[in-house]
Design a binder for this molecule. Sequence first.
Ligand SMILES: [Zn+2]
Length: 449
Amino acid sequence: MQISPLDAWVADQIGLVGRQDLSIQVLRDYQRARLNVTLEHAALNSPFYRQRLGTFQSLSALDDLKQLPFTTSTDLVEQGLQMLAVSQGEIERIVTLRSSGTTGQPKRIYFTRSDLERTRAFFRCGMSQMLKAGDRVLVLLPGELQDSAGRLLADALQVAGIDSEVFGLVNDPGKVAALLASQPFACVVGIPTQVLGVVRHPVAAVPYGHIGSVFLTSDYVPSALVKEVRRIWNCPAINHYGMTELGLTGGVECQALSGYHLREPDLFFEVIDPLTGSVLPAGEMGEVVVTTLTRTGMPLIRYRTGDLARFLPDPCPCGSCLPRLSKLQGRRTGQVDIGGPLKIAMPELDEALFSLSGLINFRATLLPLASGKKAFQLIVETRQGAERQTIAGIDRRLPTLPALRAAVAAGNLVLGSTLLADEPLAVSATAKRMIEKQEKEYASLETID
Ligand SMILES: [Zn+2]
């Protein structure tokens, strides 16, 4: 198995001549130095951080970072412009994330030209393990705007001699399946539920083994979906940890498909206890916190991503010497009350339902009832001809999910019958995991009052 190409890239980025010299200690020394550069830049140039951090004092050890306050999604919403550490004229791209939070105010993330170039560099490195010059890639991400995710990726690959067709988000899975069947693509890049819609589309079946790999980008990729890609297309599905605040990209799996190798030269990751805020050791699940190390436009210092994961304590089978982050386990705020102390999150539903071969997508809703109970209802999009068997499968499976079963047994929840969607759900909020993500993605699992 090839060692993750990130090791060589990390070594190069932090100023080493070869990967042989790379070690965790060398990386941490580099990161501490970069943290000090970031803290100084932020404290000097950003009104928000000047006020939040006070007088700049450099960190003598990485451990000192623990003493700095967190920044949150609310800070981005309420004080985004004050977080800028450059003049607005130097901002090349603004990504607006609409939130379903109480204020309804959008988050805006600002990037300079050099910030975008760092993103392109990481995209190029992450995809180099699957691609070579002359390959073609189908990109199922937005590409209308110059620096949208699809375009940034295509531009990054172009430098390496790899051509991309930026198709945009999938409105019509049949059209994409037909395109894939008619032309060779070495790799398909997309959002998990959208790719699943194409993989399961029966109209223009893509020849088995026709595609070299699938690159799934999201904060959460159901393992049932990865298995389906392998079964139907006979190729590996590599997960990518994408989030706008991370500069669209934070980590990528290697060929061992065993957790994310991280964008270490640009980002410093911590995992914290979401309740106490204390930093957790490797192996313990908590909230992912990120500090940017090279971001010039809008540095983020101890930004609480809301994503839940853990550092994997064992070395990667690929032989890399660097740490890995586990597959993400959903969002801290993505859990929804289903009565009493019981909660359920989208990943639990994803894992349970996406293994049903006829299911393309679903939306879950909790409705308050006059009795004080809540009704749980799914609206589903299925493969044509598989409607009845898929709905029957869901209705058999839902009552077996531990959280739902307990809530029903406690008399707090009623399971409504599953409904078929009138129109494709693929262009709904869930389809926009990469670009609007998080709160929005779980907005479908909301209480309607
Ligand atoms: Zn690896």
